[in-house]
Design a binder for this molecule. Structure first.
Ligand code: THU
Length: 160
């Protein structure tokens, strides 16, 4: 038996303004996308903005449904749209931001497991890390250097 450990470093920024201009811009686009979230049930609005290697930005927001499981998260709406629009382009980074209509959220909300799995597919496909940064409406921003840093032992197509 051998015992192994997962290690990943990530950055915590006190404010968005501490980040580089490219990251700030992408996060602002995520916040704009968040305005188009359709979240009448949870009142929890999420926006995502994806920066492609060609400089294009693809956005997404959560879209809910009266049949709850039929709704979809912002990150997956954005990543599938990126795949559909630019199938041969690398994905560089994803910015995610949340806002609740019920309370002030200041703690960054990390992407859910299903969204991590969806994004991981593209990281495997392009063999290039996808940076992930996420924050609430205001406050700290967390940035990870690669999706697989927050999804260790991920399932991938090699098992199929
Ligand atoms: N949601 C996202 O859009 N992304 C996540 O990573 C977690 C949750 C959405 C789904 C649902 O519309 C609402 O937030 C509450 O869970």
């Amino acid at each position: 038996m051998i015992e192994k450990q997962f290690t990943a470093s990530y950055q915590i920024y006190d404010h968005l303004e501490e980040m580089n201009q490219e990251d700030i811009k992408l996060m602002k686009q995520a916040a704009e996308a968040r305005n188009n979230a359709y979240a009448p049930y949870s009142k929890f609005m999420v926006g995502a903005a994806i920066l492609m290697a060609n400089g294009k930005v693809v956005i997404g927001s959560n879209q809910e449904n009266a049949a709850y499981p039929s709704g979809l998260c912002a990150e997956r709406n954005a990543i599938y749209q990126a795949g559909a629009l630019y199938p041969n382009e690398k994905i560089e980074a994803i910015a995610i931001t949340v806002k609740s209509q019920k309370k002030k959220v200041i703690v960054p909300a990390a992407p859910c497991g299903a969204c991590r799995q969806a994004i991981a597919e593209y990281e495997f496909k392009q063999e290039h890390p996808i940076k992930i940064m996420f924050m609430a409406e205001i406050g700290k921003v967390i940035k990870v250097n690669a999706l697989l840093d927050i999804l260790p032992l991920a399932f991938d197509g090699s098992s199929l």
